[in-house]
Design a binder for this molecule. Structure first.
Ligand SMILES: O=C(O)CCC(=O)C(=O)O
Length: 285
């Protein structure tokens, strides 16, 4: 008789069961991949970015935060990998790319954008919440939601107390839903949006992780996060990847420097995105 045995992790890579879990649920949590030493350096570099000490001399694209007027709110900085080489090395990490390839079934993974996120300790209230959303809502510049995924790297231990992400398992199979809003901080206002998936999905479920673990999610998986009521800060990098089959949809370059550069270099509707702002981080041999 043949016995089915759970395969062990090999260097952090997902097993066939894990890949099936990702396909079914729209997310997967890796084992610890980033060492404590590397995490220490990442936290230090994050601080430097906040102090506007940009190693490359280039500033991030945009910051959505309330550094002075609302110190308890979520701090979100886009494209810190432009400014800092340690954060860039994380974004371009071939192992993260290889996992993204295994989960998505793609041969090639390109990196394109990151967000540095900090949810302060004892922020309470709504100010550090992230509204329920599907990432694809923000990326109409790409033709197919199946070719896009995010890796969220925990710089600290994350749990429900410090406002870990919450995912609605299976919501990536519900198509694009109206009501996505990262910036809506009163999560109760979005109950209709979540309810739209409830006939097909359970959840939401908390994405509890130790520092150095990485959660991966599909671009249609509904997710958000609540307040940090703990004494612990919650720091992370959200890294956005496209597969080698990702095609541009014309008319949506606004606000995305990477897409604008692709278009300026001759990229047209339906072309596969590429170029120096979409570096290949993994290619199957
Ligand atoms: O950090 C959070 O709570 C949300 C992050 C997020 O929306 C993302 O990584 O796509």
């Amino acid at each position: 008789m043949r016995r089915t045995k759970k395969m062990p992790y090999a260097n952090g890579m997902p097993t066939p069961e894990d890949i099936a879990f990702f396909k079914e649920n729209g997310y997967w949590i890796s084992p610890k991949i980033i060492s404590d030493e590397r995490l220490e350096k990442l936290r230090d570099r994050m601080e430097r970015v906040y102090k506007h000490e940009f190693e490359t001399g280039i500033s991030p694209t945009a910051a959505w935060s309330h550094e002075t007027s609302r110190p308890n709110s979520l701090r979100k900085t886009d494209n810190a990998h432009w400014s800092d080489l340690t954060i860039r090395a994380l974004a371009y990490d071939p192992l993260i790319g290889k996992i993204a390839a295994a989960l998505s079934g793609a041969d090639t993974i390109r990196f394109w954008e990151d967000q540095l996120l900090l949810k302060p300790a004892r922020s309470g209230g709504n100010a550090a919440n992230v509204g329920w959303h599907q990432d694809y809502h923000y990326w109409p510049c790409y033709q197919n939601s199946e070719t896009l995924l995010t890796a969220w790297v925990a710089y600290d231990d994350v749990d429900e107390e410090n406002g870990c992400m919450q995912m609605v398992p299976g919501s990536h199979r519900c198509g694009v839903l109206q009501g996505s809003d990262f910036y809506e901080q009163d999560l109760r206002k979005q109950m209709d949006y979540i309810a739209a998936t409830m006939e097909q999905c359970a959840g939401p479920v908390p994405i509890v992780m130790k520092a150095g673990q990485i959660s991966f999610h599909h671009s249609l998986t509904i997710h958000g996060s609540g307040p940090n009521v703990s004494d612990r800060v919650r720091r992370s990098s959200a890294l956005h990847y496209v597969t080698g089959e990702t095609r541009y949809r014309a008319g949506y370059a606004d606000g995305y420097a990477e897409i604008q550069q692709f278009v300026a270099a001759g990229g047209k509707d339906g072309d596969i995105v590429h170029g120096e702002m979409f570096p290949v981080v993994y290619k199957r041999a």
